[in-house]
Each structure stands twice: as C-alpha cells, then as structure tokens.
Design a protein around this ligand. Structure first.
Ligand code: NAD
Ligand code: UFG
Length: 332
C-alpha cells in the first residue's frame, strides 16, 4: 500500500517525498501545481531513486480524488496541499477557506469512503496567535489573527472531531515553526513567485543580487537585539518528522497536535550574520517599521515530538543557510 502525499510537489512536500522514497515507502503524489513547478517531479524521482504515480488533481475536485483512491491502494495521507501566504489570505479569505478547509473536508470524506483513516496534517505555529507565552507548548492557548491561521485551526478542530466520532481514525496535527533550507543536492528548495514574504528567501535573493537590500521589520522588540526571534528548522529535519509522524499514526488512534521546531530562537540579525558566514556574501539591510501582525518571539517547546515521535531536529542554522544559498545561487 502507498502513502498519498497531497501538495507533494511543493517546498516541504517534495523534500518529504524524497525521504519517504529513500526509506522504502511507496508514494502517490497529488498536486494541482498552483504553487509548484512540474520539473520538481523529475527531481524527486532522481533523488528518491524510484518512480511513483503522479496525479495533477485539485483537492477541491471530488471526482478527481475519488479516481485516485479507486485506482491506488492508499494506506495513509500526508496532507500538505494548501494555500499559505498570510497577507494574501487577508485579501482573498474565501479562497483560503475554500481551498484549505473545503479541500480537507473533501479529502477526509473520500478517505473515509475508501477505509483510509490515517492522516498527517500540515498545521502551523501560527495557531498560537499573538501569545507571548514562549516557548509554545501544544497545550498553550490557541488564537489566530488572519484567515490563513484560522484555516489551520479549523482543520485541526475538524480532525479532532473526526477522530472523536470514529475510533479508527488517527490524525497527527504537526505544528511547524519556520522551515528553511534546501536539499543538499541543490535540486530542491523554496523558490517563491514574485517578491518573497519570508525572511530566508528574501535574504537569499539579496545575496544573489536580485533584490537590493533586506528590510528588517522592527528593531524595537523586547528581544536581545530588538529584532524578531523565530524557531528556524531545516526542511529535511521537518521532512523526517513526517516519517516519524506516519509511524505514530500507524500505531496510535486519535488526534494529536505536535510541535515540530528546534526549541531555539534566532533573531533576524543573527540569521543575516549566519547567512553571510555560510555564503561568503554580504547582505545589505536597513531597519524598517514593524510588520503588522508580527510578534516579538516565537519558538517551540519540542519535548512532545521527542517523547511521542522520537524526533528531534539535528541541523544547525549555519547548515540551513548554506543549503538555502546552494539552492538559490543555482536559480536563474
Ligand atoms: P507550498 O506552496 O510549496 O506547497 C503546497 C503545495 O500544495 C503546492 O505544490 C501547491 O501547488 C499545492 N496545492 C495547493 N492547493 C492545492 C489544491 N487545492 N489541490 C492540490 N494541490 C494544491 O507550501 P509549503 O511551504 O510546502 O507548505 C506545505 C504545507 O505546510 C501547507 O499546508 C502550509 O500551509 C503548511 N505550512 C508551511 C509553513 C512554511 O513556512 N512553509 C509553515 C507552517 C505550515
Ligand atoms: N522579516 C524581516 N524582513 C523580511 C521578512 C521577514 O525582517 O523581509 C522578519 C519578520 O518580521 C520576522 C522574521 O523575519 O521577525 C520571520 O519572518 P517570516 O515571514 O519568515 O516568518 P513568520 O514567522 O512571520 O511566519 C512563518 C510563515 C507562517 C507560519 C509561521 C509559523 O510565513 O505561515 O512562520 O511560525 F505560520
């Protein structure tokens, strides 16, 4: 039986597919390519060392999903497919609720009809909202400040209700902190369309000479150097976390929220410094006003992941920056 990976051509999904294939799992990859390039598929095949079925299907299209489950023997689903830009979600909330919530409802209904009741879901540290009670633990209070975050919280609730209604379901709700980095080969990484919103892709494009300078959003936060602190984790560590979560979902029932982060926070200026060291390239920056909606500090308490999944991040910030640079400097 195979693992269905929705959104498998995306940034985190592609790295997870490679790890799954290398671990001997059979996969079926589904993506609508709204935020991914088709050439990623060949790279996953090359790095994973094996072929797999690919479906260019939208999770909003029920018949398409039905077809996949009718043709393939799916044991469990790792569900990455979703829209993820916070600012865009404020501008087009209905698209976000439809894609992320309705899409997941469709998927769960089709899964249930085919007796497939194990899911690993991409949630986000954004469900902790503007709380200042760091480090965030899974039982910290939840709140959201934008439609994107609300879709993640809603899907978590849906999966909890589903597991409560039917004891055969298991759902791992993985709350990612800030995934960065790229595959060692330089063949997979994060290459957003347009001007990047996130820190690392922005820094990498400044270093590559494609953007003039970084704007550091706020230098008056209550942090050691005044700039925002986040828990950056290597995308390959994150991918491996999904294999551990899959094993957990295979051997446990019910819904479980689990943080995937390192437990260590770095400021924007510390990241700039680490990137310069790893790349050997200067990253010019200027101080700018705070970005609306940002919080000062966000990092995980990763104890639960270690205890339940036996997972712990192993890659350091400098390696994350070096791998980001190795990938970005190859892009045209
Ligand atoms: P991504 O955009 O690179 O990957 C998402 C993939 O899903 C893309 O390939 C896209 O084409 C596909 N997709 C979107 N809507 C679809 C639909 N309706 N049907 C089929 N495919 C669809 O994003 P990513 O960074 O790899 O994130 C993966 C998941 O992790 C997302 O759900 C995201 O919200 C979540 N997440 C990401 C981060 C982050 O910082 N990258 C942090 C927390 C949570
Ligand atoms: N930052 C800058 N300049 C930039 C971009 C970012 O100074 O050009 C700063 C931000 O103010 C923040 C830090 O860099 O202090 C990290 O910002 P990102 O945009 O990279 O990441 P966020 O922590 O804001 O959010 C990310 C994802 C969310 C997800 C969250 C989970 O974008 O979707 O991580 O922790 F929910």
């Amino acid at each position: 039986m195979a693992i269905l990976v929705t959104g498998g051509a995306g940034y985190i999904g592609s790295h997870t597919c490679v790890e799954l294939l290398q671990a001997g799992e059979d996969i079926v990859l589904l993506d609508n390519f709204s935020n991914a390039k088709p050439e990623v598929i060949d790279r996953i095949r090359e790095l994973g060392g094996r072929d797999f079925p690919l479906y260019a299907v939208d999770i909003l299209h029920r018949e398409g999903l039905e077809k996949v489950f009718a043709r393939e023997e799916i044991e469990a689903v790792i569900h990455f497919a979703g829209l993820k830009a916070v600012g865009e979600s404020v501008a087009i909330p209905l698209d976000y609720y439809q894609n992320n919530v309705t899409g997941t409802l469709n998927l769960c209904q089709v899964m249930a009809r085919h007796g497939c009741k194990k899911m690993v879901f991409s949630s986000s540290a954004t469900v902790y909202g503007t709380s200042t009670d760091v480090p965030f633990r899974e039982d910290s209070p939840l709140s959201t400040t934008n439609p994107y975050g609300s879709t993640k919280r809603m899907v978590e609730d849906i999966l909890r209700d589903l597991c409560a209604s039917d004891g055969e379901w298991s759902a791992c709700l993985l709350r990612y902190f800030n995934p960065i980095g790229a595959h060692k080969s330089g063949l997979l990484g994060e290459d957003p369309n347009g001007i990047p919103n996130n820190l690392l892709p922005y820094i990498a494009r400044v270093a590559a000479g494609k953007l003039k300078q970084l704007s550091v959003f706020g230098d008056d936060y209550d942090t050691p150097d005044g700039t925002g602190v986040r828990d950056y984790l290597h995308v390959v560590d994150l991918a491996i976390g999904h294999l551990k979560a899959l094993d957990f979902a295979r051997s446990h029932k019910g819904a479980e929220a689990i943080n995937l982060g390192t437990g260590q926070g770095y400021s924007v200026l510390e990241v700039v410094k680490a990137f310069e060291k790893a790349s050997g390239v200067k990253v010019p920056y200027q101080m700018a006003p705070r970005r609306p909606g940002d919080i000062a500090t966000c990092y995980a308490d990763p104890t639960k992941a270690k205890k339940l999944l036996g997972w712990q991040a192993t890659r350091e910030l400098e390696e994350m920056c070096a791998d980001t640079w190795n990938f970005t400097s190859r892009q045209k």
